[in-house]
Design a protein around this ligand. Structure first.
Ligand SMILES: *Cc1c(COP(=O)(O)O)cnc(C)c1O
Length: 371
C-alpha cells in the first residue's frame, strides 16, 4: 500500500536527536511555556525574519487568535477563497464575522486577486489569502488593494511553510501569518500545534495575552482569552525539524518535477502550475484530471492500494454551515473541485514509488476512457 504521506523517512533521519530532545523535556519537567517554546519562537522568528513568532495550540487557533486581535466582530465581512479547509473561515465565524467568497484562479487554485476589489463593501474588514497546496498567493496586488481600502490581511500559511513569493517568505507579507504544525503539514509536530508570525507589536502583544487566558501577567486577567499554547514537547520536536525544512521542501520540489516528467504528454492530466513569482513547497502534489474522469481515476488507484485524495470534496461556500449565505459566482472553484486529485508526495519519496503511482494514474485514465 502506498500512503499519501510517509513521515517515517524524515523521522528516522533525525531519530536520535528527536529522542534526546524529548527526553530532555521529560528530565527538566517543564511542560508548558518552557525553554523549548521560547527557543523555537526565536528560531522561527529568525527563519522568517519577523519580529514576533508566537506558538499556539493549532493552526486553527493561530487564525482564531489573529481574528480576535484584528478586532473582527458580528457582521464584519472577510474576503477569502472557497477552495480551502473550513478552519480558514471557521476562525472569523467565532466572532460573528461572515466570509465573502471570491473565486479562485484555476491555474494556482488560489484567490483570484483581480476579483477581490469588486467584493469589497463598507463592512469588509479583512482578507484571508490561503497559500493552498504550498503555492503562494499573488500578494503584491492583494496588499495594494488591502492598503487602499484599509483592510487587514491574515495569511493562512498552514500548507506553505517555507514557500516564497518574489523571494519573500509566505506569511511575512500580510499583517500576520498563521501556520499549522499538524503532523501532515510540511513542518509537522507529533500532535497539534500552530504559530502566528507578525511584525506588528500590537497584534503580537494581544495574541500572547489571548493564548494564556487573556492575561499579560499571570492571574491578572484583562480580557476573555483562551488556553492555546504550543506544548513544550512539540516545540522540542519542531526545533529538531526546523533546520531541515528547506532541504525537505527541496525534496518535495524534486519529487514534483519527477511526476511532471512522468505525466508529460498526457493530454487528460494537467500538472501543477507554478507562477513566476512562486517558490512552491508542494504540501500537496495536485493534478487536474480532465474529461470528468477524476472519480474513476481515484477508484482505479484505490484498487491498486495507492492512496490519493480530493482536497477538498466540497468547497467551503457549499458546506451546510453556510447554507444561508448569499450565493456568489464561484465557477472556477466549482470546476476545480470536480477535477483535482492529490497524489502521494513526501520529501524522500522514491522514484520507484512515483513511477508506480504515475503508471497507475495513466492506466486508470486509459481504462475509463476506453469504456
Ligand atoms: C491544516 C489547515 C488549517 C488548520 O490547522 P490545524 O493545525 O489543523 O488547526 C487551516 N487552514 C488550512 C488551509 C489548513 O490546511
Amino acid at each position: 500500500m502506498i500512503p499519501l504521506l510517509d513521515t517515517q523517512p524524515e523521522i528516522q533521519s533525525i531519530w536520535d536527536e528527536l529522542m534526546s530532545s524529548i527526553q530532555d523535556v521529560l528530565k527538566k519537567g517543564s511542560f508548558i511555556m518552557g525553554p523549548n517554546v521560547k527557543a523555537f519562537e526565536q528560531e522561527a522568528a529568525s527563519y522568517f525574519g519577523v519580529k514576533h513568532a508566537i506558538g499556539v495550540n493549532s493552526g486553527t487557533d493561530a487564525l482564531v487568535l489573529a481574528a480576535k486581535a484584528f478586532g473582527l466582530k458580528e457582521g464584519d465581512e472577510v474576503i477569502t477563497t472557497p477552495f480551502t479547509f473550513f478552519a480558514t473561515t471557521e476562525s472569523v465565524g467565532q466572532f460573528g464575522a461572515v466570509p465573502v467568497f471570491v473565486d479562485i484562479d484555476p491555474s494556482t487554485f488560489n484567490l483570484d486577486v483581480s476579483k477581490v476589489e469588486a467584493a469589497i463593501t463598507s463592512r469588509t474588514k479583512a482578507i484571508i489569502p490561503v497559500h493552498l497546496y504550498g503555492h503562494p498567493v499573488d500578494m503584491d496586488p492583494l496588499m495594494d488593494i488591502a492598503r487602499k481600502h484599509n483592510l487587514k490581511v491574515l495569511e493562512d500559511v498552514a500548507q506553505a511553510f517555507g514557500s516564497e513569493y518574489k523571494g519573500k517568505k509566505a506569511g511575512t507579507i500580510g499583517d500576520a501569518g498563521a501556520f499549522s504544525f499538524f503532523p501532515s503539514k510540511n513542518l509537522g509536530g507529533f500532535g497539534d500545534g500552530g504559530m502566528l508570525i507578525t511584525n506588528d507589536d500590537e497584534i503580537a502583544e494581544t495574541v500572547k495575552m489571548l493564548r494564556v487566558h487573556g492575561a499579560r501577567k499571570k492571574y491578572f486577567n484583562e480580557v476573555i482569552g483562551y488556553n492555546s499554547r504550543l506544548d513544550e514537547i512539540q516545540a522540542a520536536v519542531l526545533r529538531c525539524k526546523l533546520p531541515h525544512i528547506d532541504e525537505w521542501n527541496e525534496g518535495r520540489r524534486r519529487a514534483a518535477q519527477r511526476y511532471n516528467d512522468l505525466f508529460a504528454g498526457e493530454s487528460m492530466i494537467e500538472t501543477p502550475f507554478v507562477a513566476d513569482y512562486a517558490e512552491h513547497v508542494y504540501h500537496q502534489y495536485t493534478i487536474k484530471i480532465k474529461g470528468g474522469q477524476r472519480d474513476a481515476v481515484e477508484a482505479g488507484l484505490k484498487e491498486k492500494e495507492i492512496s490519493s485524495f480530493v482536497y477538498y470534496p466540497v468547497p467551503v461556500n457549499a458546506l451546510p454551515v453556510y447554507k444561508n449565505l448569499p450565493a456568489r459566482p464561484l465557477q472556477n472553484s466549482d470546476a476545480c473541485t470536480g477535477q483535482v486529485l492529490s497524489l502521494p508526495i513526501w520529501p524522500k519519496i522514491t522514484e520507484e514509488t512515483q513511477q508506480t503511482v504515475a503508471t497507475a494514474v495513466i492506466a486508470s485514465l486509459k481504462q475509463t476512457v476506453a469504456v
